[in-house]
Design a protein around this ligand. Structure first.
Ligand code: KG4
Ligand code: ZN
Length: 327
């Protein structure tokens, strides 16, 4: 069994999965409330909270899976990208467990982790496929030919799609974290009420841009202070979705991909899931989505990626057997 640990941003997460990708436990402790009053994640506050939570969260994951450290064969941990202080907490915890138990330590790329959510049971996705990875920190279009990695063919030139949701939500006074709140507000609005721009539309390649959209919302609010906020949210969300679907669909057609996967926190969005389902049906392409709780940051995806990542070789002075005779 693999123990996974994820602390790259404001979720302290631990999970236990089997070698063949069955999730035995996935515990996610969100710090969102802690950061809400600052309007975003405060890195040092996040690190300190990870420090308090990481051990209890690991213990909870083990208990929920009904296992002990004796059943764990390797320890997987997010090594980046992310907030450096936050990452350090998960890495230190994972290193300590691996060292104390003489287990392999597997450092995982967080973005590979988001894709590896697709490799978990019960319906693991088989490469080759094209994927849109849309989260709070990244928005990329990637080609996957092998579960060990991915190749970036396009991405945002400025804000990530999740960041666009969060910034839009902040402008609409919804607070942090904003994606899910904006989606709820948009549900009661008219997506055609405001004509917001679709960044990079018609340009060659697969890059995206969301900063102009955020500015357009700011101007719309300044111009029409009494505009219905549900309409604004619905139109804003529709512009993000349109941009993601258009650019990704172009890449699907150009590459001849037969499967498209959409992962990352923004893939929780219902309007996005529906729009992709609709477009993939029209293109005759299979759409692969993971359960909503596996879209946002979690440690099951990190443990999953570890199955396709090499463990690090501990330097001699960190090898447990180097200390075996000392006691
Ligand atoms: O993947 P994730 O948990 O963290 C990063 O790796 O960044 O993604 C978090 C992002 C946030 O920007 C959040 O607002 C967005 O995903 N998000 C959503 C929804 N749920 C989370 N965006 C739109 N609609 C949602 N329902
Ligand atoms: Zn993430």
């Amino acid at each position: 069994m693999i123990l996974g640990i994820e602390t790259s941003c404001d979720e302290t997460a631990a999970a236990v999965i089997t070698a063949d990708g069955v999730v035995r436990a996935s515990v996610v402790s969100s710090q969102a409330q802690l950061h809400a009053r600052y309007g975003g994640v405060v890195p040092e506050v996040a690190s300190r909270r990870h420090l308090e939570l990481v051990v209890p969260v690991v213990e909870e994951a083990l208990a929920e899976a009904g296992v002990t450290l004796d059943d764990i064969a390797s320890v997987a941990v997010t090594e980046g990208p992310g907030l450096i202080g936050a990452l350090l907490v998960g890495l230190s915890a994972a290193k300590a467990i691996a060292f104390a138990r003489g287990l392999p330590l597997i450092p995982v790329d967080h973005l590979h982790g988001h894709l590896a959510a697709l490799y978990l049971a019960p319906d693991p996705v088989e490469p080759p496929f094209l994927a849109l990875l849309a989260s709070g920190g990244h928005t990329l279009i990637v080609e996957v030919t092998d579960r060990r990695g991915y190749r970036v063919i396009g991405g945002t030139l400025d804000d990530a799609a999740g960041e666009a949701f969060d910034k839009g939500a902040r402008l609409l006074g919804l607070g942090y974290p904003g994606g899910a709140k904006l989606e709820r507000l948009a549900a009661g609005g008219d997506p055609g009420a405001h004509a917001f721009p679709t960044g990079m539309s018609g340009k060659p390649g697969y890059d995206l841009s969301f900063s102009g959209l955020k500015t357009a919302l700011r101007y719309a609010l300044a111009r029409e202070p009494d505009a219905d906020h549900a309409d604004l949210a619905a139109s804003y969300q529709a512009a993000i979705v349109r941009s993601l679907v258009e650019r990704t669909a172009t890449a699907v057609v150009d590459t001849g991909a037969t499967t498209l996967a959409v992962v990352g926190g923004v893939a929780r969005n219902g309007a996005l899931r529906e729009a992709f389902a609709d477009r993939c049906r029209k293109l005759g392409v299979h759409l692969a989505l993971v359960a909503p709780e596996l879209c946002t940051d979690n440690a099951a995806m990190i443990a999953s990626a570890a199955r396709y990542t090499d463990p690090i070789a501990f330097p001699g002075y960190l090898r447990r057997d180097a200390y075996a005779t000392a006691s």
